[in-house]
Design a protein around this ligand. Structure first.
Ligand SMILES: NC(=O)c1ccc[n+]([C@@H]2O[C@H](COP(=O)([O-])OP(=O)(O)OC[C@H]3O[C@@H](n4cnc5c(N)ncnc54)[C@H](OP(=O)(O)O)[C@@H]3O)[C@@H](O)[C@H]2O)c1
Length: 227
């Protein structure tokens, strides 16, 4: 199918897990899907763009300049990148702390800035946070801070009339590669396919800004704010 004039979606962190599942749903409905991950793996139906983020901000700035200038006009930006954390604040390395903040907060801020400067507007923004945006966790101090910050970044950006529609979603634990190597039992966690479908349903209604969470035991969706 010729998709040249189709809507274009950029999914940051769409190479696997929830971001990937959201991409599958959007592609099925005719969107062109551009997705980033740490490496450029071939994924059927998606155009993948390499965007590894670490503790170094200068590299990220330069990479984003290139990516945004080379991509076509983006209609929908989905921000789904993230990785786990396990340690009290003094146990975390400087590299980990900086990479966590760069992935979860610096990257979306710099990317939104560049997209708005280039395009003058953005039709849609979906920010995936976590229930950790509301729940303090002793062994996830930077992760929780970054997720709360991302929610507020998206909420503030949604007040800009050039950004037409913003959804912030905080899912509970999902059974994805996020937990690989953590030793955490993922049985009973939400499936990323289920969460993607719920994100899609939330997205397809009419609003300017919406904040929701997707919980488990039992699986359910709560819309907390809307305008
Ligand atoms: N899984 C959970 O229990 C859970 C619960 C609540 C919220 N969340 C949030 O949901 C979002 C999606 O998580 P997921 O469970 O789908 O995780 P996932 O399966 O591990 O996928 C994470 C995605 O982020 C990318 N990514 C991770 N670290 C990166 C880095 N340093 N630089 C660039 N890209 C990076 C990954 O790219 P690669 O392909 O290179 O790995 C991948 O595309 C994350 O924001 C996460 O914080 C997850």
């Amino acid at each position: 199918m010729e998709k040249e004039n189709a809507m274009a979606t950029l999914i940051i962190g769409g190479t696997r897990g929830l971001g990937f599942e959201i991409g599958v749903l959007l592609a099925k409905r005719g969107s062109r899907v551009f997705t980033t991950g740490r490496s450029q793996r071939a994924i059927e139906g998606f155009t993948t763009v390499e965007l590894p983020v670490n503790e170094k901000v200068a590299e990220l700035q330069a990479r984003l300049d290139t990516i945004v200038s080379e991509l076509p006009h983006i209609d929908l930006l989905v921000f789904a990148a993230g990785f786990g954390e396990q340690g009290t604040i003094d146990e975390l390395s400087d590299e980990h702390v900086l990479a966590m903040i760069n992935v979860g907060l610096v990257l979306p801020a710099l990317l939104l800035q560049r997209i708005l400067k280039k395009q003058g507007g953005l039709k849609g923004l979906i920010a995936i946070t976590s229930t950790s945006q509301w729940i303090p966790r002793k062994k996830e101090p930077v992760y929780t801070g970054v997720k709360a910050g991302l929610a507020m970044l998206a909420n503030s950006v949604s007040l800009d009339s050039r950004v037409k529609k913003t959804l912030v979603v905080g899912p509970a634990g999902m059974d994805t590669g996020f937990w690989a190597g953590s030793g955490r039992d993922t049985a009973g966690m939400l499936s990323p396919q289920f969460v993607a479908k719920e994100v899609f349903k939330l997205w397809n209604e009419k609003f300017v800004y919406r904040l929701a969470r997707i919980l488990r035991d039992p699986p359910r969706v709560e819309v907390l704010e809307a305008r």
